[in-house]
Design a protein around this ligand. Structure first.
Ligand code: HEM
Length: 390
């Protein structure tokens, strides 16, 4: 048994410093685990014991296996379907799939492009250096998810603040619950208002579905708001830093904008910002790769490790290669909980990164790369700030 090479993913647990040797790559210990000890027992920073799977095939197998259930706040708050198992989870998932329709996403694409263009115009007017996170990477997904849910943009700062508090690894249980409650209360007010005056947005759509209580719609709203905020924002900011750190790749992308779809997938794979992977709980005794995992054990499906597995990806998966032939990656998870916002995230990343490199041909970091504050202390990896100039 060895200490976990990662830190815990629960916001309540204290964490040790991450040992990344490169800001874009997960800790190197994963490679050894994949080769020598792919299903390994670990001790979490809070002293609890569990398992960690590091190979691509095992990560997928765990996430697709109904014998492993969700592991999170139990019982889940109303509407918090991320921590529910089927059949309860299925009820919410179906309704949400009905809301994240192709029609709605298609309708949204021009709005996303416009939001991107406006933010970039404002940035250009300000002159460098600016913090790309505050000026661009965060407002874009924030505006988009507020628009989609029907949440007034004026509430954005409060939501950002609370969602960021909930994702801090060093937050106490009390701080976490306070931030969560504040979000629930504000969204609940909105849901009540939508019931009285529905508009063309997801919260109204869910209210009108007639099968969810206001509390459940509120929970779904809170989940979407949190999930839709920091994930995409960090992919845009860290993705930009990563491209700036790989000038050859950036040049290919500038020379051939058609590569952007592949580049987005490659950045998602290479950076895997859900840095501590996903936790599941064995609902019964499970035999996995010759190991006997007892009912009640926590199993970590290490997404960042699976996404560097050379037995699945062609070429050298430890490098960034925007021309890598596509094979499915794990950045959005796998199985019944696979990211419901992934198409939206792709639309946003593509629009944001394309327009950014097009509009600012001289874009560069305004500080040495090692001075960029990395988000080792957050559930979702990325940068706290990204000072850039052009
Ligand atoms: C689930 C990643 C963007 C909404 C997930 C999961 C991952 C993930 C790994 C699986 C969680 C699990 O199995 O426990 C990402 C990344 C994003 C992103 C890397 C950006 C690049 C978004 C956006 C939205 C969203 C924009 C909302 C519009 C959700 C929801 C779930 C989820 C609601 C839970 C689904 C369920 O439990 O059935 N995401 N996500 N995500 N994501 Fe995303």
């Amino acid at each position: 048994e060895k200490d976990c090479p990662m830190t815990a993913m629960q916001p309540t647990a204290r964490t040790q410093p991450m040992e990344r040797t490169c800001p874009f790559s997960p800790p190197e210990g994963y490679r050894t685990l994949r080769e020598e000890d792919p299903i390994t027992q670990v001790t979490f920073p809070d002293g609890a014991k569990g398992w960690l799977v590091s190979r691509y095939s095992d990560v997928r197998a765990v996430l697709a296996d109904p014998r492993f259930g969700a592991n999170g706040q139990q019982p889940p708050l109303p509407g918090m379907f991320l921590t529910m198992d089927p059949p309860e989870h299925t009820r919410f998932r179906r309704l949400l799939t009905g809301q994240f329709t192709v029609r709605r996403m298609r309708k949204l694409a021009p709005a996303v492009e416009q939001i991107v263009a406006e933010r970039l115009a404002e940035m250009a007017a300000a002159e460098g250096p600016v913090d790309l996170v505050q000026a661009f990477a965060l407002p874009v997904p924030s505006l988009v998810i507020c628009e989609l849910l029907g949440v007034p943009y004026a509430d954005r700062e409060e939501f950002q603040e609370n969602s960021s508090r909930m994702l801090r690894l060093d937050a106490s249980q009390e701080q976490f619950e306070q931030a969560q409650m504040a979000m629930y209360e504000r969204i609940h007010q909105l849901v009540v208002a939508k019931r009285a005056h529905p508009t063309d947005d997801i919260l109204s759509g869910l209210v009108q579905s007639g099968v969810l209580t206001d509390e459940e719609v509120t929970g779904v709203g809170v989940l979407l708001l949190i999930a839709g905020h920091e994930t995409t924002a960090n992919m845009i900011a860290l993705g930009t830093m990563c491209l700036l750190g790989h000038p050859g790749q950036l040049a290919s992308l500038r020379a051939d904008p058609e590569l952007m779809d592949d580049a987005v997938e490659e950045l998602l794979r290479y950076l895997t910002i859900v840095q501590y992977g996903l936790r599941r709980m064995a609902l019964e005794d499970v035999e996995l790769g010759g190991q006997r995992i007892k009912a009640g054990s926590v199993v970590v499906a290490a997404l960042p490790s699976g996404n560097r597995d050379a037995t699945h990806f062609s070429g050298d998966p430890e490098t960034l290669d925007v021309r890598r032939p596509y094979s499915p990656h794990l950045a959005f998870g796998h199985g019944v909980h696979q990211c419901i916002g992934q198409q939206l995230a792709r639309v946003e990343m593509k629009a944001a990164l394309s327009a950014l490199i097009d509009r600012f041909p001289g874009l560069r970091l305004a500080v040495p790369a090692r001075e960029v504050p990395m988000r080792d202390d957050m559930l979702i990896y990325g940068v706290h700030e990204l000072p850039v100039t052009w």
